[in-house]
Ligand binder design. Structure first.
Ligand code: ARG
Length: 457
């Protein structure tokens, strides 16, 4: 077993099928750039400890740099015989600089090596996703700025509820994606400590400066227990969770826009760029991109369940099961990185149907709460006021009219407290600005939010 780095203790060779089954290079090649960065930091520490001479360090760094170039150009030959990305890079280093390459793994195990690479991957991708989330928020902010003076019915139970300024709807989604941004920033911080130096599980026999290596890789600190250092994948779970929540948000947005863009609603016109036609029905314009966001949320939630299930029941420290961690983590990262720029484009280009939405404001008794509150302001307890307005709505339904069809005499039959000033209470466009307090749909509040957000981005 000379051809395997670990082959010394074996009499018989492993079967080809088993080796292929166990190789992770097919997917962990995505760690290549992080493995090179780690190797460089490790090499510096080996020199600091006197294990590499200065000229040897230079040779190792030069070799690693040229491997980095090959990977970037796509000329690097990934080989299944070398199992994983770590062994592939070490093999290539040996091809380039000879037996000196054999010193690079001193004082390190693939267990702390892979844990370090995955942390670097999660940190980098969390930061990238957080940056893309700012772009998506900006798209909602731009829409909000354009729709401060537009109105739409807002829903509960998907039944018309109260009128809001359309900007308010956009700012609601902005808040969701803002929380996602904060979540990814927090995941980047979780990932931002170095397990390198944990060795196989017990730490290393050489005086390799852990803090120094961590600093070279931009980590904020080092893990505090070597057994835990190689076992811990909480940061990866947090990453998959953050992607799941992000996709739940994208999926909710998608569902709402799919409904709004249906012919029955026609509240929103989706950009052609992100819809497709039907191969048989010439009239169709299907909201494919949104449906894919909704559908792929299943995949990202699946990735979280996948990783939770892999980790559940694993004893300390490294177990080969953990090789499977990369598949859900990589897939979740890629799904988020692909979806977010598309989502920002779609949000930028979609159009709310301002005129139709305004006509709809008169349909659903949207100012019923305002009418009840009118009576409260005249001194009636809210529960009684609620009952009276309920009776007004019932009567309107019987006559097939909306609030707009009522006059003062109709209302006075229900309560003597209704006075001349009640008619403007029924106007749905006057309702939003009556709302008080931070976060309401009143124009002044929306303008305040927009101003604050513009300063923050
Ligand atoms: N390819 C392995 C993984 O991704 C690297 C760690 C291997 N460690 C070991 N003890 N076999 O998990």
């Amino acid at each position: 077993m000379k051809n395997k780095a670990w082959g010394g203790r074996f009499k018989a060779s492993q079967t080809t099928e088993f080796l292929e089954y166990g190789a992770s290079i097919g997917f962990d090649k995505k760690l290549a750039e992080f493995d090179i960065i780690q190797n460089m930091a490790h090499a510096h520490a080996l020199k600091k400890a006197g294990i590499l001479k200065p000229h040897e360090l230079n040779k190792v760094l030069k070799g690693l740099k040229s491997i980095f170039g090959e990977i970037g150009k796509g000329t690097f030959r990934f080989s299944v015989a070398d199992e994983d990305i770590h062994m592939n890079i070490e093999r290539r280093l040996k091809e380039k600089i000879g037996p000196l390459a054999g010193k690079i793994h001193t004082g390190r195990s693939r267990n702390d090596q892979v844990a370090t690479d995955v942390r670097l991957y999660v940190r980098e991708n969390s930061r990238k996703i957080a940056a893309l989330l700012i772009q998506l928020q900006k798209a909602f902010l731009a829409q909000a700025e354009k729709t401060v003076d537009d109105f739409m019915p807002a829903y509960t139970h998907l039944q018309q509820a109260q009128p809001v300024r359309t900007a308010h709807w956009h700012l609601a989604y902005l808040e969701m994606f803002r929380r996602d941004e904060a979540r990814f920033a927090a995941v980047a911080e979780s990932a931002n400590i170095s397990p390198l130096g944990s060795g196989a599980l017990a730490g290393g026999n050489f005086n390799l400066d852990r803090e120094y290596r961590a600093k070279l890789m931009g980590f904020a600190g080092v893990t505090q227990n070597s057994l835990d250092g190689v076992s811990d994948r909480d940061f990866a779970l947090e990453f998959c969770f953050a992607v799941s929540v992000l996709f739940v948000h994208l999926s909710r947005l998608a569902e709402e826009l799919i409904i709004y863009s249906s012919s029955e609603f026609s509240s929103v016109v989706l950009p052609d760029e992100f819809c497709t036609g039907s191969s048989i029905m010439p009239q169709k314009k299907n909201p494919d991109l949104l449906e894919l966001f909704r559908g792929k949320s299943g995949r990202t939630v699946g990735n979280l369940m996948n990783l939770l299930t892999i980790l559940k029941g694993l004893p300390l420290a490294y177990n080969k099961d953990m090789q499977e961690d990369k598949i859900p983590v990589f897939d979740s990262a890629e799904q988020a990185l692909m979806a977010l720029p598309l989502a920002a484009q779609l949000v930028k280009k979609m159009k709310f149907n301002k005129r139709l939405l305004e006509t709809r404001l008169d349909e659903g008794f949207l100012t019923a709460v305002d009418l009840a509150d009118y009576l409260v302001m005249k001194g009636l307890p809210f529960r009684e006021a609620h009952h009276i307005v309920g009776a007004v709505v019932k009567e309107c339904e019987e006559f097939g009219i909306s609030f707009g069809g009522l006059n003062l005499a109709d209302l006075k039959k229900h309560s003597p407290l209704f006075g001349r000033d009640v008619l403007k209470t029924l106007d749905p466009k006057l309702s939003p600005d009556r709302k008080k307090g931070t976060g309401s749909t009143a124009k002044a509040e929306i303008l305040k939010q927009i101003k604050r957000l513009k300063k923050e981005f």
